[in-house]
Structures are given as structure tokens and as C-alpha cells.
Design a protein around this ligand. Structure first.
Ligand code: GLY
Length: 325
């Protein structure tokens, strides 16, 4: 039994391993671990108290994949339900003829299955960070007006140009990844995120897109991504890595190849990317486009997780067409 996760999964990995030790499946472990991250108010890239979009709304994306069957469930743009991973799992479990529900439809589905719903998804502190960001770029007057009880959004606000100013490459990174192998050798992977801080409303990242931010196949292995989701969507990163493994490459070579595909992307917005991956035999790896990153792992005979440095495939960052360090 093995669990690997992005380092912000530290809060959930022990309980995820307990789920496996108590006979739970890889899907159970992934859901258990991610739920604890989604509920963590100190984590601003996932679930409750994540950074909101440019109009101050928290829109959540998540997906989960069962490596036995390649069945998946995913939700995108979901508001008001903190445990996006559990709603995604129910999309999988309820044998719908769909794999991805977004926006009002995802929220309707969440209500129908009695998913936990919270009135308040953002603390005052994060609402203040959002307001400060708007003020920093002078957007406040344009997209919102001062009302008696705070900011009131203008319905007709032109967001197209302002979103380029308010998006923040330093707050693009984030998202939680969990991948587990259970006692039967079955693999599952899951990803949950609140997406970019200050994103355009309706923007969907790689996390709910199977093959981009998440992929698991019992016969081969699994991969999950954090970082700038647009890049993982364009390169089909998670599925690419698993396919590179399938062609016979080692885990290290397959992971490097997937990162090199990201490095070779053209365009004006190239940010940081990270991935974790494992093969069906329990080998595991983490890579990042920048030095200093780590991921965590735990096997059934370990009392707690260990942290391991991610290998680096440098991807020079460009933002609005300009080189960034
Ligand atoms: N990787 C998460 C996102 O881009 O939304």
C-alpha cells in the first residue's frame, strides 16, 4: 500500500493511509485525504477559503479516477459545496452516463445527493486579500462600486482586460494531488482546487479534466498535476506521462518527457508546473519546473509520511509575454 501526495496533502495523508489499513479502497484513501485539505482554512488553493475568482466567488474544480476501470467523476465551477472531491466521486459512483458536471448543474447534482453545503466559503481575511488585489490594480471602480455594506459588483463589468492585470503568477500554483495503491494493488488518483486566484469567472483548469490534471490506469500507473492548469490541458500532461510509461520508458524518463512537453509550449502565459506520478509496481516520483519543491509519500509500514525533493525540469516563466524569474 502506498500513497503519494502534493506536500499540502500532509494534513490528510495519515488518515488516508488509515483508510487503506482498515480495508478501504484506493478511491476511499484519495477521497479521505483530499477532504481534509479541502476543509483546511489555511490552504488557499483548495476548497474552503481558497482564493476566489475576480468577482470574489469561490469556484471549485475536482476529479477522481479509478484505475481498475478508467471510470472517472469530475465537477467544475461548483460554488457552495466545500467537498468537491466527494461530489466528484459521486459522479463516478452513481453510474451516470456523464463524467464531468459544471456550474449550476454540478451544484444541482450536489444538492440532489445531499452533499454538505456551506453558507460561507470565504473568511473575512481572504475577502480582504481579494479587495486589496482589486485596489492594487485600480480595478475596484471599474468592476465594483462601493455600497453601504461593502463592494457591489457591476453586472456589466468588463473583465477581459482587468483579468490580465489581476491574475497573479505567484498564486497560480496550488491544488492538491493524492494517488493511492491499495492492498489489492488497485490505483486511484484525485485532484481538487479552487484554481487560479482572481481567475475569470467560468475559467476551468486542468484539475477536473481527465488526462490533463489527473489520470490513473491500474495496468500502468498514475499521474496528477498542480500548477498552471492551462498548460497541463494543452499538453495533456497526466495521460501523456502514463502513455510514455506504457511505451516502456522508466518512470523517471516518462515524467521528464511529460515535463519537456510542457516546457516546449509556446505562448504568452507560461507559469510553474508540478507533477507527481507512480508506476504500478510502486515506484514514485515528483517533478517541478522550479527548484525547492517537494512531495510526500507514505507506505503501510511507515508511522508517518516522508517528504522528498522534486526533481527539476526548468520551464522559463513568461507572463503577459514578458520573461519572469
Ligand atoms: N492546477 C489547477 C488549476 O490550474 O486550476
Amino acid at each position: 500500500m502506498l500513497i503519494i501526495a502534493s506536500s499540502n496533502g500532509a494534513i490528510g495523508i495519515d488518515q488516508a493511509m488509515n483508510a487503506l489499513k482498515n480495508g478501504g479502497s484506493a478511491l476511499d484513501a484519495v477521497e479521505t485525504g483530499i477532504r481534509l485539505v479541502e476543509a483546511n482554512p489555511a490552504e488557499h488553493s483548495v476548497g474552503y477559503n481558497g482564493y476566489p475568482n475576480i468577482v470574489g466567488e469561490l469556484e471549485l474544480d475536482a476529479s477522481i479516477m479509478d484505475g481498475r476501470s478508467l471510470n472517472t467523476g469530475a465537477v467544475a465551477l461548483m460554488r457552495g459545496f466545500p467537498y468537491a472531491i466527494s461530489v466528484a466521486r459521486q459522479v463516478l459512483e452513481r453510474a451516470l452516463p456523464h463524467v464531468l458536471l459544471a456550474g449550476a448543474g454540478a451544484e444541482r447534482f450536489a444538492r440532489e445527493i445531499d452533499a454538505e453545503q456551506w453558507e460561507e466559503m470565504l473568511t473575512e481575511e481572504i475577502q480582504a486579500v481579494w479587495r486589496d488585489r482589486l485596489e492594487d490594480v485600480g480595478a475596484r471602480g471599474l468592476i465594483a462600486r462601493q455600497a453601504d455594506d461593502g463592494l457591489e459588483l457591476r453586472d456589466e463589468a468588463p473583465l477581459l482586460d482587468w483579468v490580465k492585470l489581476t491574475t497573479d503568477p505567484e498564486r497560480v500554483l496550488g491544488t492538491v494531488n493524492f494517488i493511492a495503491i491499495d492492498s489489492a494493488g488497485d490505483i486511484a488518483s484525485g485532484v481538487s482546487t479552487s484554481g487560479w486566484a482572481w481567475k475569470y469567472p467560468g475559467r476551468i483548469g486542468d484539475s477536473p479534466i481527465i488526462g490533463a490534471g489527473n489520470y490513473a490506469d491500474n495496468r500502468i500507473g498514475a499521474c496528477a498535476c498542480t500548477g498552471m492548469g492551462e498548460m497541463a490541458i494543452r499538453a495533456g500532461t497526466a495521460r501523456s506521462l502514463v502513455l510514455y510509461l506504457k511505451t516502456g520508458l522508466s518512470l523517471d524518463a516518462a515524467a521528464r518527457r511529460a515535463m519537456e512537453d510542457l516546457r516546449d509550449l509556446a505562448g504568452d502565459y507560461i507559469g510553474g508546473m508540478n507533477l507527481i506520478a507512480l508506476d504500478k509496481d510502486g515506484g514514485h516520483i515528483g517533478l517541478s519546473s522550479r527548484a525547492g519543491g517537494s512531495y510526500i509519500f507514505q507506505t503501510e509500514d511507515m508511522d508517518s509520511f516522508q517528504e522528498r525533493e522534486r526533481e527539476v525540469v526548468t520551464i522559463p516563466m513568461r507572463w503577459a509575454g514578458e520573461a519572469r524569474t
